[in-house]
Design a binder for this molecule. Structure first.
Ligand code: GDP
Ligand code: MG
Length: 163
């Protein structure tokens, strides 16, 4: 079986867009409405020579308002349980939100390699957000544009040690 890479983050950062790009099919539903993807989606992903199972954890978004307790914690833990790596996605245009910090704090307690991904970084609108993401304490973010397919080489470099 392929190693599993879990895509995590608050609603609307572009998790499903990244998932679709990696899996190459329109499996996950992309929408402007936060929380629109109801289920956890899994698909076989390729990134250059890397092959892995990508998991879009969007089903967790319903529970975001309940903080990282209860149902969300259980579902995320289940998704992370056998993951080779997790991608914590932030929106570099929006900058960090309290919910991003919440996710980061909680993920810090999980024993899974974590790669910070700053999405929506096409052009220069995301530059300050990429810098701000440093504050989360996961090192330099991998800047990508899931929508435009930019930064996939850097994402490959970040993932290669784990998959
Ligand atoms: P999710 O809620 O985290 O799964 O986010 P979605 O993948 O559904 O995307 C939310 C919104 O962000 C949609 O309107 C996407 O088109 C948009 N989006 C996703 N990736 C990018 C990107 O790289 N750049 C820009 N500008 N918008 C993006
Ligand atoms: Mg989604």
């Amino acid at each position: 079986t392929l190693p599993k890479v879990v895509i995590i983050g608050r609603p609307n950062v572009g998790k499903s867009t990244l998932f679709n790009r990696l899996v190459g099919k329109r499996i996950a539903l992309v929408d402007d409405t936060p929380g629109v993807t109801r289920d956890r989606r899994e698909g076989e992903a390729t990134l250059s020579d890397l092959r892995f199972t990508a998991v879009d954890t969007a089903g967790l978004e319903d529970a975001v308002a309940e903080s990282l307790s209860g149902r969300m914690r259980m579902q995320t833990e289940a998704a992370l349980g056998d993951a080779a790596a997790a991608l914590l996605v932030i929106d570099s245009r929006a900058g960090l939100t309290p919910l991003d910090r919440h996710f980061a704090d909680w993920l810090r307690t999980q024993h899974v390699p974590l790669i910070l991904v700053a999405n929506k970084a096409e052009g220069s609108a995301g530059d300050s957000g990429i810098y701000e993401a440093f504050e989360l304490g996961f090192g330099e973010a991998v800047a990508i544009s899931a929508e435009h397919g930019e930064g996939m080489g850097d994402l490959h470099e970040a993932l290669a040690p784990y998959v």
